[in-house]
Design a protein around this ligand. Sequence first.
Ligand code: PBG
Length: 341
Amino acid sequence: MTQLLSKSASTQALNKLDMPSRPRRLRRSDAIRGLVQETRLHPRDLIVPLFIAPGDRRTDEITSMPGIFRLSLDHTLREIEALCTLGIRAVDLFAYVAQEMKDSRGSEALRPDNLLAESIRTIKKEFPEILVMADIALDPYTDHGHDGIVNASGDIVNDETVEVLSEMSLLAARAGVDVVAPSDMMDGRVASIRSALDQEGFEQVSILSYTAKYASSFYGPFRDALDSKPRFGNKKTYQMNPANVREALREAELDEAEGADMLLVKPALPYLDVIAKIKERTHLPVGAYHVSGEYAMVIAGERAGWIKGDDVFLESLTSIKRAGADFILTYAAKRVLPLIQ
Ligand code: PBG
């Protein structure tokens, strides 16, 4: 180092360092920065989560997620058309279930013509080329807000829940879904869903498994959007402890062995190390979910005039991709698309 930084006799007068390696040479212009850029966001990297509301002509903005709406199906179709123009090819559907239709077992999730099934059918008919994914979990459907069946002692019972999730996946498959995305964190659900799908001839339907889904405080605004806050306790007996990463690798191994096609880490920014480590160890595509709280914080900061929303979103999504994500679910898609065309 001393040698590298030593001043040669000839440059000494000008106070120049004798230094052959100058990384700043590759940062001099936008053109050269672009040339050596290692990670680039592309519209095809992004999946847009959509909240679907029952009824017609409804556009309810979600208070804690400004700029994001619960749209009735008619408006959802228009939204998808707009997203297509911007280069998006994949959406993930979440159905809003009115309080009076929720019960302790989440029965609405298994009603053949429920809003999720109807939406999948309609969207696939109108936009056959769009990849339609459906979130598979019971929390929007249960009156207690948990992702599974609750027994008398208040435990979320695993195997019985897995049965319902497999049924729910079949319903989505019959409606024409391309990808089911179980987000519940029950043990063994990937194997069970895979076998249920295959038995009915849906071997073409893929499973995007929420592999490392953490018991995170970043989901708050999402639970406002679907009115799905847990009414008792928390989700720590099924979602992962934010302190753990080796456990995420174990989950990844299990999901892979059970037949998952793609793995997902969630949330994204606070868990970049988890994305990177899983990516190192699997040959499956790895995605990340840039969640509601991550979105809401940026909007809040922007509204206060403290940060530039567009720049922070772009930086965040690029970082998530740099960490190893092959694709990203994000509410910021519509905002960043014009910036990455
Ligand atoms: C349902 C589900 C949740 C999210 C995605 N699927 C909420 C939860 O697990 O409590 C969160 C997404 C977000 O915050 O944007 N199981």
